[in-house]
Design a protein around this ligand. Sequence first.
Ligand code: AMP
Ligand code: MN
Ligand code: MN
Ligand code: MN
Length: 290
Amino acid sequence: MPRSLRLLNADLHCHSCRSDGTLAPAQLVERAVAGGVELFALTDHDELSGVAEAREAARDHRLPFVAGVEVSVTWGGETIHVVGLKVDADDPALLAGLAATRAGRDGRGREMAAQLEAAGLQGAYEGAMAFAGNPALLSRTHFARWLVERGVCGNVRDVFERFLVAGKPGYVEHRWAAMDQAVGWIRAAGGIAVLAHPGRYRLGEAALGELIAHFRRAGGEGIEVVCGSHGKDQYARFARIARELGLRASRGSDFHSPAESRTALGALPPLPEGLDPVWAGWPEAEALAA
Ligand code: AMP
Ligand code: MN
Ligand code: MN
Ligand code: MN
């Protein structure tokens, strides 16, 4: 009897050092294999440069792999993340859109650093850049690592309680891509757009409904149900929303670093019953369930 596709250990959301993770793409593949992952995607923030290395390592390990990206979007004044899966990582329009999205990072980082310096924390820009390596990749995570290294905060999660979020030092409002752009780039590159970690947004029921409606109008088809930032209640809540709205369901750890991430690659419960997995119909996945 064929194995249920739903039960596949798919991990379709994680980050390498090509964005704000700490491991190289090939190291992530090794961890994914060790963690029992059966279908894997690399989804760096606004960046596809790790895909070639990950794909090659996955081929060496016979780990089914799809190219992915996590696009930063501004919607209704909130930052929303849209994961693109099974995209063509060489698509010129997608690459140009991501480059334009990344282009704001350095200027934002400088403003963040100015705020931190005004709060008495000197050298924030250089400190964060030492972690990021590349100004186009400079993220709040790199500032958070610097604040931990300096001993200002005990860990990265603690940083996001005291700094870098609205109302705290080091927070700079920023305009990322528009929803229609982000979903459009993903679809034009042959991919499927998935609303990332919906449980993390500070939106009430009505606003979340509007977000999902806009996402779907733009061409979005999937939603993360089981992911590293959701708890059990949220698995159930977003499973219900996916069934009711006919959205396809995704699953991913959002792994960033062995030292920082609560959820290891592949270490998630299976998708709940009655969902249509995003990987249904993908040859990479169907071969495993056959
Ligand atoms: P940025 O794209 O520069 O705004 O940075 C966003 C990144 O910060 C996310 O992708 C996470 O990796 C990290 N982040 C945001 N909030 C938290 C949090 N509460 N705890 C840990 N990491 C967080
Ligand atoms: Mn991140
Ligand atoms: Mn995210
Ligand atoms: Mn992520």
